[in-house]
Design a protein around this ligand. Structure first.
Ligand SMILES: Cc1cc2nc3c(=O)[nH]c(=O)nc-3n(C[C@H](O)[C@H](O)[C@H](O)COP(=O)(O)OP(=O)(O)OC[C@H]3O[C@@H](n4cnc5c(N)ncnc54)[C@H](O)[C@@H]3O)c2cc1C
Length: 399
């Protein structure tokens, strides 16, 4: 049995560890954060393709009771005019639809499920270096710990260390000039149906919100922000700054956006938008990257977590079926590269659509109802390539 060091316990890490275990490997997960210190605050939409990929490894049930179904989106202009309603994608055959879930809950559920299956997860282990040779790969951690394995999978996110160990020339993440600020509020008299996102193309800022079953409003704003802020700047600017900024941007629109922000009681945190269109080298010797480490997409695509899970399942199938790791890595790249790069390109296009000048805004608001009607009319089939990607676990990967 081959041992695999999996770096990162976000989404891709636990998913690949469970997939590898199911394929007969012996994975161990190493996570830099201490136990319980997951990225709090933001929530994600897990689309049906991500849920379907979890089913391939029998792990979809670990999300039961977390988050809530969000099958529809209603689009509006900043004037409050309805631009149309569309599904968040075609449901699966059994009626399963996309689900909105806190990021920390998603991480926790996948990791707990991996642990329940007997997979070791070591916290506080930040990978700093690795050397790959004929007899295996040796991983070195910041705390001085060294671990040996047959393979190393980098599931260490957008600022991946493994990506630069594979290729020191690998591109860094690209800044998309938007921030992402989200929150949870109890706002009286907001017209929001459970399960339906209200997506507002505001005059100065995109704003989305939906009602959770307990009546709270889950919201996010995408303010334009031309120059990339450093993590230090983001921390320093802080809650008061984001509230003042959002008041200026959202106050010019009709609708409850500003009231929702004002009734949010917790501190606001901002994330920058990033993506990575192409990482030329995904693997070298015994090391490979998956998930955001290999192809981060803008949050606008709503596909980052789902792509990470798909990657995990496909990599395990390839390692299970190919005669050796070189063939497995090549087969994996053949299965994944076109698809993930298409998703990243689509996410970048959708991000650009959110913050536009006054002329483009007029054109956008005129064209949107036609586009949405077309999308709604085909039941979401035009995005079928993205949402209806099924992985058949038992099918052999062709050589
Ligand atoms: C604001 C925001 C909103 C988003 N909205 C959505 C959405 O609606 N839908 C969606 O599908 N996706 C969304 N995403 C993207 C989604 O969160 C990511 O695509 C997904 O988490 C990628 O999973 P991953 O496992 O590859 O990386 P991550 O989730 O980033 O996990 C990487 C893990 O590796 C650990 N790590 C990093 N470096 C090291 C190291 N050197 N050693 C050990 N461990 C390390 C990190 O601590 C982390 O736990 C959003 C992202 C952001 C920022």
């Amino acid at each position: 049995m081959k041992s695999v060091a999996v770096i990162g316990a976000g989404v891709a890490g636990p998913a690949v560890a469970m997939s590898l275990q199911q394929a007969g490997f012996e994975p161990t997960v190493y996570e830099s954060r201490p136990h319980g210190a997951d990225e709090a605050g933001a929530f994600v939409i897990l689309h049906v393709n991500g849920i379907d990929a979890l089913r391939a490894i029998g792990a979809d049930k670990c999300l039961d009771g977390l988050g809530f179904d969000t099958p529809r989106m209603r689009f509006r202009s900043g004037t409050g005019r309805s631009l149309g309603v569309a599904g968040t994608g075609m449901p699966l055959a059994d009626g399963t639809v996309g689900r909105t879930i806190r990021r920390a809950d998603l991480y926790g559920a996948l990791r707990d499920e991996a642990v329940r299956r007997g997979i070791p997860v070591e916290f506080g282990r930040r990978l700093v270096g690795a050397s790959s040779g004929a007899s295996g790969v040796v991983a070195g951690f910041e705390d001085g710990t060294v671990r040996k394995a047959d393979l190393l999978v980098g599931a260490d996110g957008i600022r991946s260390r493994v990506r630069t160990l594979i290729d020191p020339e690998a591109p860094p993440a690209r800044y998309i000039p938007n921030l992402y600020i989200s929150g949870y509020a109890r706002t009286p008299e907001v017209d929001a149906s459970p399960g339906e996102y209200q997506m507002v193309f505001g005059r100065k800022c995109f704003f989305g919100y939906t009602a959770a079953p307990d009546g709270r409003i889950w919201w996010f704003a995408n303010p334009p922000y031309p120059d990339e802020p450093t993590p230090g700047e983001l921390r320093e600017l802080g809650d008061a700054h984001w509230r003042t900024m959002l008041a200026g941007l959202l106050g010019v629109d009709r609708g409850p956006a500003l009231r929702i922000v004002e009734t949010t009681r917790h501190a606001l945190v901002a994330w920058p938008f990033h993506d990575i269109p192409t990482v030329a080298r995904w693997h070298r010797d015994r090391m490979i990257v998956i998930g955001d480490a290999a192809h981060a997409t803008s949050p606008a695509s709503g596909q980052g977590a789902s792509m990470a899970i798909e990657d995990a399942v496909e990599l395990a199938r390839c390692l299970r079926d190919a005669p050796g790791r070189r063939q497995a890595f090549a087969a994996y790249e053949r299965l994944r590269r076109d698809r993930v790069e298409r998703v990243v390109a689509t996410g970048a296009k959708w991000s650009n659509f959110k913050s536009v000048g006054p002329v483009t805004r007029m054109i956008r608001d005129a064209v949107m109802p036609v586009m949405i009607k077309h999308h709604a009319g085909d039941g979401g089939a035009s995005l079928g390539w993205m949402h209806h990607h099924h992985i058949e676990w038992d099918e052999r990967v062709p050589a």
